[in-house]
Design a protein around this ligand. Structure first.
Ligand SMILES: Cc1ncc(COP(=O)(O)O)c(C=O)c1O
Length: 425
């Protein structure tokens, strides 16, 4: 693609953009009375206006119906969570029976590990990536201790080569071969939160399955961002949060995928609760647990409807547009951002080092950039100028142009603001 760094060109891309009209579906914060340029949808997505409507509907039903809302609300609460399975299944490439929505991400990974990490004396090791998102590190360490094992002997971290920013597929496969039959579980973040690297989920899953290992994915940064085919790729389980690319609001409820081959196995160990019990018999208050024969069988508590409502509003928008159109724009607008940053760096002789892979199939919306010699001053300047970016120690900004609401003009204007920065420090 050949791009130009001009306002007219950026505007021409916006005019051709079939998703441009969705920008107006979101509420933007303001800085100094001006709408911000929002690059932190990888952390917390903007608020969809429809989410406000959906939450208000629940509040209205609660006020008007109280307990009767479980059955007579506009969207009855007792099986509200089931409404999300179908649209979510299209976002992550699954059968709708393989999707449920409950709790929050780390909690769900704990619950799924309870089922899928069943160590034995000879098969107990867990492979994960080095410097995984801290919550995943704590999750894995604590699960290992729960089974009375030593994290140092049990957790095998995948390493990058010295001086390289990204993991190499061949190194990952080699490590799986090396640990072999001792692997009980492979659990990796599908899109690395720091560098933005996408892992080859299909190949890694198939490779670890050869050794009888279970394979799970933390898709916090991948769901709603990149193309996923969880069912076809034979993934055992996955979970993601809804508040990043899926715009469901702070701390909103998490999605889970559990492959259908596990749905009818009543002997699987799981932490159970009444919401996972046979739907028709749930209110008979029976003694014996009888799991729903789908991913909903992993539900425990009656879910927060106030958290499901904004998620439903948001994923209905995904359904209107389709992942294909979102990914097409994601690739183009991310490439435009990369071009603008390179163009500015050349113009002002700055050293911005991209640590995200350059190949469009190996990254999503996020570009992570080392700001050599600029660091936190530049970050603070951008925030004051109304460019909301994300800072990660020691010296990285993460920028996520989000197809639903980032415009090409945003990217151009960001470039102009970045250029001005050079004369300031
Ligand atoms: C990759 C990854 N895993 C796990 C988490 C933790 O999510 P939660 O606090 O919803 O459990 C996050 C949060 O940003 C994340 O980015």
């Amino acid at each position: 693609m050949t791009f130009e760094n001009t306002l007219a060109y950026a505007k021409s891309l916006d005019e051709k953009d079939p998703l441009a009209k969705y920008r107006d579906e979101f509420n933007f914060p303001e800085v100094n009375g001006k709408q911000v340029i929002y690059f932190t949808g990888n952390s917390l997505g903007l608020q969809p206006k429809r989410a406000v409507e959906y939450v208000n509907e629940v509040m209205k039903d609660w006020g008007a119906l109280a307990v009767e809302g479980h059955f007579y609300a506009e969207k009855p609460w007792w099986d509200y969570h089931e409404r999300l399975s179908e649209p979510l299944s299209r976002i992550v490439g699954a059968k709708s029976s393989e999707i449920t929505v409950m709790n929050t991400l780390t909690v769900n990974l704990h619950l799924l590990m309870t089922t899928f990490y069943r160590p034995t004396a000879s098969k107990y090791k867990i492979i994960c990536e080095e410097k995984a998102f801290p919550s995943d590190q704590y999750l894995i360490q604590s699960q290992v201790r729960l089974h009375g094992l030593d994290p140092k002997e049990t957790i095998i971290e995948l390493k990058k080569r010295p001086g390289e920013h990204n993991f190499r597929l061949e190194d990952i496969l080699e490590k799986i071969d090396e640990v072999g039959e001792e692997i009980a579980l492979v659990l990796i973040g599908g899109l690395n939160y720091y560098t933005g690297q996408v892992f080859d989920i299909k190949t890694i899953t198939a490779h670890a399955h050869q050794y009888g290992a279970k394979v799970g994915w933390d898709l916090a940064h991948a769901a709603g961002n990149i193309a996923l085919k969880l069912h076809e790729w034979n993934v055992d389980f996955a979970a993601w949060c809804s508040y990043k690319y899926m715009n469901a609001g702070p701390g909103s409820v998490s999605g889970c995928f559990i492959h259908e081959r596990y749905h009818t196995d009543k002997d699987l160990i799981r932490l159970a609760g009444w919401w996972g019990h046979n739907k028709e018999r749930r209110f008979l208050m029976e003694k014996k647990f009888d799991a729903v024969e789908s991913a909903h069988g992993w539900q425990i508590s009656n879910p927060s409807i106030l958290s499901l409502a904004p998620y439903l509003a948001s994923i209905e928008m995904f359904d209107e547009v389709g992942m294909e159109a979102l990914i097409t724009k994601q690739r183009e607008i991310t490439a435009y951002l990369e071009f603008i940053m390179e163009d500015v760096a050349k113009a002002v002789n700055a050293n911005y080092e991209l640590i995200t892979p350059k190949k469009e199939t190996e990254r999503g919306s996020q570009l992570s950039v080392f700001l050599h010699g600029k660091g936190k001053d530049l970050f603070s300047y951008l925030m004051n100028e109304g460019v909301i970016v994300d800072w990660r120690e020691p010296n990285v900004v993460r920028l996520a142009p989000v197809p639903f609401y980032t415009s090409y003009e945003d990217i151009y204007r960001f470039g102009e603001i970045l250029k001005k920065a050079d004369s300031l420090f």
